[in-house]
Design a protein around this ligand. Sequence first.
Ligand code: AMP
Length: 267
Amino acid sequence: MKIFRDAAKLQKWSGALRRKGARIALVPTMGCLHEGHISLIEAAKRRGADEIIVSIFVNPVQFGPNEDYAKYPREEKADLKKCRAAGATAVFLPTPEEMYMPGHSVYVDEESLSKGLCGGRRPGHFRGVCTVVAKLFNIAHPDFAVFGQKDFQQVQVVKRMVRDLNFDLDVVVAPIVREKSGLAKSSRNTYLSEKERKMALAISEGLKEFRSLAGLRRRLEKAGLKVDYVECVDSETLAARKRPGRGCTVLVAAYAGSTRLIDNRVF
Ligand code: AMP
C-alpha cells in the first residue's frame, strides 16, 4: 500500500495509472476509520477497482468556527492498518497546508441542495465539502468515488457538483453501516458517554418505527436529545414534503450532550 502526503506525487501516480487503463476508486474520509468507512472500500472492490485510494483529511474548511475541528479524533496509525487490511492500494494523508496553500482563494459553492438541512445549520459546511472533494477528484483521477448514505445530503450535493461541473467520474453510494444496537457508525460516536450512547438509540429506533415527524421529534426529545432538525424531503430535490412516502427521505440531526449526530431513512 502506497502512502502519499504530497498532492502532486499522488496526482502524477494516479494520472499515469489512469492513462494505462487502470480503474481507480476514491474513498474520501476524515479518518478515525470504522466499519462504515471499510464498507466503502469493500464496495470499491466489488465494483472492480484496480486501485483504491483512501483519502484521510480532516478538512478545516468544512467546520464552522464553533465546531469540533480541533478535537476531531485523529488515529493515523490505526487507520493505515485498517486500510491495508481492507485492501486499499494507496492512502492520501495531506496536511492542511498541503491542501490549502497560503492565499488559497478558490471555492466551490453548490447553491440549491445545500441550502437546507445540515447546510442550513452549518453555514459554509458544503462549500468546504465541495471544495475539498473537487480537489480530491483532481488529485486522484478516480473513475468512481464512493460515499456513504449516512451523509445523505452530502451525496446529493456531490452528485450535483459532478453533474454541473462535468467531472468525469461516477458517484457510488453505499448503505449505512450500524452498530448492533442500531446506532449509525460515526467517528463522532467516540465522544459519547455510556448515557449519551443510550439516548442516541432513539434516533435509529425512531427512524425504524417512523410514523410521523411530530412523533419522531417527541421521541427524540423524550430520550433527552436536543433536536437540531427532523425533516422529510424528496430524495432527489431535497424539497420539503409534508407526508412521507415512496421517494422520500426522513432525516434527523440531534445532539446527545454536545455531540451532533445525524441519521436518515430512505423510503
Ligand atoms: P467521514 O469520515 O465521517 O467524513 O465519512 C467519510 C465517508 O464515510 C462518507 O462518505 C460517509 O458518508 C461515509 N460513512 C460514515 N459513516 C458511515 C456509516 N455508518 N455507514 C456508511 N458510510 C459511512
